[in-house]
Ligand binder design. Structure first.
Ligand code: PLP
Length: 429
């Protein structure tokens, strides 16, 4: 079957009947499948089980500098963990702050602190200003947007393009509006598009003129080392670039080992200039005496160095690449020629982002749900849950088994076709 958009109303109606009867067959199977969860599968978690054995009662539980990991102290992390994450994020250990088990938690805290106290260089706490706005490249990570919503930070949608956010628009807005205090970025294998920002975009973000002198880039590098192929994307070093162009304090970098070791029992980490971290640590010292150092010991003794980390990530890729391939093959065979959907083939990360015809995403998610296939809610990838074109659907292939994924994709592709046919018929009538 070729291009749906060239079919007559009669042909589309006939097609609709055929597709609907196929969907009824799936419905009668009583499926209960879930493609909504961006979680590692149990097999992926198994890869890190040995980490639980590398720190036992028989081991010396001190870090390299002699700090007892069982006791209080070490607000920003143990020496070797700071070195490890500095290597991973290509910054200096002095620019590292290790947190608890979640980078999202650190992002939330960074916003909460900025609202209450301001950031390094702020004249006024953000929360005391008449209005605070954030730029939100979209589709993006729903939890970034939820944080803004909770703190009453107005979100401005910025289109995601093949090379990152629409940088012309970003530059134009930040130059003229002092209330724009930040931008959310998932710069590598973005959630959900799987796009890596080009060097030009990174460079322009680092050097753009901002009306707010305390503007921050929230650089959520969650998928930094999560490659799917042997020819990974490369991301320009934003911290070095910010320093070079005279904006050393502009970026807050975040990452974690949630999808490297154990989601929920990993290590969250933040990197920023020493000036930024100086202020943050002062404030943080009222909040905690320090994060879990035993978990840091476990991680560094398990990985030892970057080479082992990359080898570990290759094992993740071996498990999840066939799942990504399955999703992409289904999209290719079921939808490609029909001119009703588009997607980006990611080189890493956790998601595939599917764009339907305008106005179909909600309908597709509802229909798939009725057939027993749960998808991330339509609109979730946009600020306020509102996808202006109602077309983006986030597919999370990592958690289901290959068999489950195959069935779920069959249902999804059928629903996309049915919804598209309905849309095209309505347009043509
Ligand atoms: N950032 C992005 C872009 C994510 O996709 C996720 C999880 O899906 C997180 C952060 C959550 O990370 P953590 O488990 O470290 O809080």
């Amino acid at each position: 079957m070729s291009d749906f958009t060239t079919l007559t109303v009669a042909e589309l109606n006939e097609l609709q009947d055929q597709l609907q009867s196929k969907l009824e067959t799936f419905k009668s199977q009583g499926l209960n499948l879930d493609m909504s969860r961006g979680k590692p599968s149990p097999k992926q978690l198994d890869l890190s089980n040995e980490m639980l054995d590398v720190v036992s009662s028989q081991d010396l539980l001190k870090d390299e500098s002699g700090t007892d990991a069982r006791n209080y102290g070490g607000l920003d992390g143990i020496t070797e963990a700071k070195q490890f994450f500095a290597d991973m994020l290509e910054v200096s250990p002095k620019e590292i702050l290790i947190g608890g088990n979640s980078s999202l938690n650190m992002m939330y805290d960074a916003i909460a602190r900025a609202m209450t106290f301001g950031v390094y260089g702020s004249e006024t706490p953000w929360g005391k200003l008449p209005s605070v706005k954030f730029l939100c490249p979209s589709p993006g990570y729903d939890r970034h947007f939820s944080i803004c919503e909770l703190f009453n930070i107005e979100m401005i949608v910025i289109d995601m393009k093949e090379n990152g956010p629409d940088i012309d628009e970003v530059e134009r807005l930040v130059k003229e509006d002092e209330s724009i205090k930040g931008i959310w970025c998932v710069p590598k294998y973005s959630n959900p598009d799987g796009i890596t920002y080009s060097d030009e975009v990174v460079d322009r973000l680092a050097k753009m003129e901002t009306k707010a002198n305390d503007f921050r880039i929230f650089w959520d590098n969650a998928y930094n080392v999560h490659h799917l192929t042997d020819s990974p994307d490369t991301l320009m070093d934003i911290m070095a670039t910010c320093k070079e162009v005279g904006n050393p304090d502009r970026v807050f970098i975040f990452s974690s080992t949630s999808k490297i070791t154990f989601a929920g029992s990993g290590i969250g980490v933040m990197a920023a200039s020493e000036q930024n971290l100086g202020l943050i640590k002062e404030q943080l010292s009222m909040q905690t005496i320090g994060p879990d150092k035993l978990n840091q010991l476990r991680h560094v003794r398990f990985f030892k160095n970057m080479e082992n980390l990359h080898e570990h990530m290759r094992k993740h890729a071996e498990i999840i690449k066939p799942k990504f391939d399955m999703v992409l093959n289904k999209l290719e065979t079921e939808l490609k020629e029909k001119n009703i959907a588009s997607w980006h083939e990611p080189n890493g990360g956790y998601f595939i982002s599917l764009n339907t015809l305008d106005g179909c995403a909600k309908d597709v998610v509802r229909m798939a749900g009725e057939a027993g296939v749960k998808l991330t809610g339509a609109g979730a990838t946009f600020p306020y849950g509102k996808d202006p074109r109602d077309r983006n659907i986030r597919i999370a292939p990592t958690f289901p088994s290959l068999d489950e994924l195959e069935k779920a994709m069959d249902v999804l592709c059928l629903c996309v076709q049915i919804s598209s046919v309905k849309k095209l018929v309505a347009k043509k009538q």
